[in-house]
Ligand binder design. Structure first.
Ligand code: ZN
Length: 502
């Protein structure tokens, strides 16, 4: 073993430990910390992030990467060492391009923007956000300039979440989605509405919690390596592949908390099944935001909203929620959890309309960044697109332009990865189904191990060893393609609404 690769690994392990410690502080802040701890916690997290960043851009790592350049060209690029050097080089070079003052200012203005957004939402005051939007946009433009030359300024922001992906590719995929989805939604709007009233009221929390713990255990959660906690916004986090934490929020007015468990399980399983030998290296995490979302969406929608899974799960849920579901048939329940109906809130949207929420945000981000849309006109532009794509007019700011946290700190480039994740989820799913033709029968028996193992071997174990594009290619057998996803949605609409819609 080359001593220099060993030293690079040691340096990377320290960065990994700092980042994972920061992630643990965030998890604690969301789940356990008394509110009074917020101020000190912000400092503690900032310190850990700063130390990790300083190490990443350090002369030590720069020197090692220089020394290893000739070695790297002789290594198999698919070997762990070859991948490790490539990924550290990429992270190091990206981080070095951004002046530390700009980096710090973006973090600072982001947390100011977040606090302002909480207040603006409460007070229904769009105007108060304008100075934050202006500042955020100015800082993002300066950030983009650190990466000249580029084809499209949005490429630079997208690359932070979806390495190597170009805006033009997203554009093409979203055009295909939009062309197919707008008429699909129109047809659904004209069809007989699905009755889901039995899922809209009086669902006691504790039985939902008991059911979710039971279902997660069937999926593969064990107490040795997983935790489930309550938070306002569900998320998944981990300190290593042996310590996975997911959160959810149960409500009496819908089963969103149960489905959030399924979603976050998909994120958690990805991290859980990364090859242990990649631990404490930059290869030991999910490869991109879209790939991660493809895994959460698979367990939430393709498994967790599917009939075969509920053939196993429904009797248990009926037992837990007897007063609500005792007389509701499995078929009616399945239709209800797959209802398609345009809504104003993105995070509550169904599988079909969800993507249009994303596409409109992607379009607005690009307009703002390019200077074709002024921040003061953002509200009108948002409302106009909601009307155009979903036929809805936001009733207030909370149900309109101020609903998402992402724009409060100007995390431009993130939204598209949600819809890309939906698209990729079906591509990977279809390959898994072709390899495992009896998945339905297995799910009906409450067996999910074969799917877990397939995902481990085709996606999870590699972490960041291959680029996101290569990872999709290996798992799905082709590049990102919305065709399978659109076919899946059409079949589902046929199942849920009958032939009238498709
Ligand atoms: Zn997710």
């Amino acid at each position: 073993m080359d001593q220099r690769i060993e030293r690079l690994k040691e340096a990377a392990a320290v960065i990994n430990d700092l980042e994972k410690a920061a992630a643990l502080l965030s998890w604690d802040e969301e789940t356990k910390m008394p509110p009074g701890g917020a101020e000190a916690r912000a400092e503690q997290r900032a310190t850990l992030h700063r130390l990790a960043h300083e190490r990443l851009i350090s002369d030590e790592i720069a020197g090692l990467l220089d020394e290893l350049a000739p070695v790297e060209s002789g290594l198999d690029p698919d070997s762990d060492d070859g991948a490790l050097i490539r990924v550290i080089r990429r992270d190091h070079e990206k981080a070095r391009r951004v002046p530390p003052e700009l980096h710090a200012e973006m973090v600072r203005s982001g947390s100011k923007g977040y606090r302002a957004w909480l207040a603006a939402r409460e007070a229904e005051d769009f105007e108060s956000m304008l100075p934050h939007y202006e500042r955020g946009l100015e800082l993002r433009r300066r950030y983009v300039e650190c990466f000249t030359p580029y084809e499209d300024p949005y490429d630079v922001l997208l690359d932070d979440y979806e390495p190597g992906m170009k805006t033009a590719e997203v554009d093409e995929i979203f055009d295909q989605l939009k062309t197919a989805l707008v008429p699909m939604i129109q047809a659904v709007a004209d069809a007989e509405p699905v009755d889901d009233s039995f899922l809209r009221r009086g669902l006691p929390i504790e039985p939902q919690r008991r059911f979710s713990a039971w279902a997660l255990q069937k999926f593969g959660v064990d107490c040795e390596h997983w935790r489930l906690d309550d938070t306002v916004h569900p998320f998944a986090s981990s300190t290593s592949s042996a310590d996975i934490r997911i959160t959810t929020r149960f409500r009496e007015t819908d089963l969103g908390g149960v489905l959030a468990c399924f979603h976050e399980f998909g994120h958690g399983l990805y991290e859980r099944q990364i090859a242990p030998e990649l631990g404490r290296t930059p290869l030991g995490s999910g490869v991109s935001a879209a790939l991660h979302e493809s895994q959460s969406r698979m367990w939430e929608n393709l498994v967790g909203r599917g009939l075969s899974c509920w053939r196993c799960f429904y009797p248990r849920l009926q037992e837990e929620l007897h007063d609500n579901l005792g007389t509701v048939s499995l078929e009616d329940f399945h239709r209800a959890i797959n209802k398609v109906h345009p809504t104003l809130i993105r995070v509550e949207a169904d599988e079909v309309t969800y993507n249009l929420h994303i596409i409109l945000r992607f379009e607005l981000e690009r307009e703002l960044l390019a200077g074709r849309l002024a921040t003061r006109d953002l509200r009108e532009a948002f409302d106009a697109k909601m009307e155009e794509y979903l036929g809805l007019t936001p009733t207030d700011l909370k149900h309109g332009v101020l609903q998402d946290v992402h724009w409060s700190d100007f995390s431009f480039g993130y939204f598209p990865t949600y819809a890309l994740g939906n698209v990729i989820s079906v591509q990977i799913w279809e390959r898994a189904c072709a390899d495992l033709p009896d998945l339905d029968e297995q799910f009906e028996q409450g067996e999910f191990g074969a799917l877990r193992d397939w995902l481990r071997d085709h996606v999870h174990r590699y972490g960041r060893k291959f680029t996101p594009q290569e990872t999709v290619l290996r798992a799905a057998g082709g590049p990102i393609d919305p065709g399978p996803y659109l076919g899946y949605l059409e079949r589902k609409l046929g199942e849920v609404f009958g032939a009238a819609v498709v």
